[in-house]
Design a protein. Structure first.
Length: 278
């Protein structure tokens, strides 16, 4: 099923930097290095922002469905935020891997404090492994680090070889539509801002700026169109590629706060992609 024509509501900051920070985007800048300084710790702290639980985690877990008895991989697991939720939701086996050694150190430290039976290891999602037979690969923020279509295909192949036939891949990822929407959306009240370049092109930066304490965490993602994701997934042996919009969980105290979140949901900075292994 093709979904590349599905409208992706949203907007962006284009052609200028936000007033609240002085920033230039340069094509040669390196991707975010989570092994450097306190970047991994800052990222872990940023996971405490309300939208992370009420939209990111809620949307992912809803789409994943019943995990009881499932064997699950969390690809690009970071410090294990999603990984732990997968295990707590009833998955029989959960493993998490990430390219960042520091992220895996943080995940293992958390596992030592709260033993859930999760295995964490360092690995590059772009590298294929001997065929495995997991039921599900889940991921938050993996494919956004692909700068080229070739690199995206490598990631999709790396996911495919971990799944059995009929297994699912579900991911929460930056919305490629950010480069096509007008007028600009202001996400600052949700705890972040997004900066993009003047013109869209493969590999164009999408920079998330997240205040953390007295500093700002910059996370650089890269643009590729929805059609590139669909093509790479199909080449890697997936079918039934579908795009989903994020959802908001009910307020924990029953309050009606839809108006507060309306800008996020009308102009979603992220989408979900799901597909099935042939």
């Amino acid at each position: 099923m093709r979904n590349t024509d599905l409208p992706l509501p949203g907007s962006l900051l284009r052609g200028k930097t936000p007033d609240w920070h002085d920033l230039e985007l340069r094509e040669h800048e390196m991707t975010t290095d989570y092994n450097q300084g306190s970047t991994a710790e800052q990222y872990k702290q940023a996971k405490g922002d309300p939208w992370r639980s009420r939209i990111e985690a809620y949307s992912l877990m809803n789409l994943l469905g019943d995990l009881n008895g499932k064997r699950v991989v969390d690809a690009a697991c970071g410090e294990g935020h999603l990984t732990r939720k997968l295990r707590q939701a009833g998955a029989a086996e959960v493993v998490g891997f990430d390219i960042s050694e520091r992220m895996i150190e943080l995940a293992r430290a958390q596992e030592a404090q709260q033993n859930l039976g999760i295995e964490y290891f360092v690995a590059d999602a772009r590298e294929a492994v001997p065929q495995q037979d997991y039921d599900l690969v889940a991921s938050a923020w993996l494919l956004v680090y692909a700068r080229t279509r070739n690199e995206l295909e490598q990631m999709c192949n790396g996911i495919s070889c971990r799944l059995r036939s009929g297994g699912r891949f579900v991911t929460f990822t930056t919305n490629p539509g950010l480069y096509h929407f007008e007028p600009p959306a202001d996400y600052r009240k949700y705890g972040f801002e997004i900066v993009v370049e003047n013109e869209v092109r493969d590999g164009a930066p999408i920079l998330w700026r997240i205040p953390v304490g007295d500093s700002v965490l910059d996370i650089e993602n890269y643009y590729l169109p929805v059609s590139a994701y669909e093509e790479a997934l199909c080449k890697a042996g997936f079918r039934d590629v579908r795009i989903h919009m994020p959802e908001l969980s009910p307020h924990p105290e029953g309050e009606d706060d839809q108006e507060f979140w309306s800008n996020f949901l009308t102009n979603p900075p992220a989408i979900l992609i799901e597909c099935v292994k042939n």
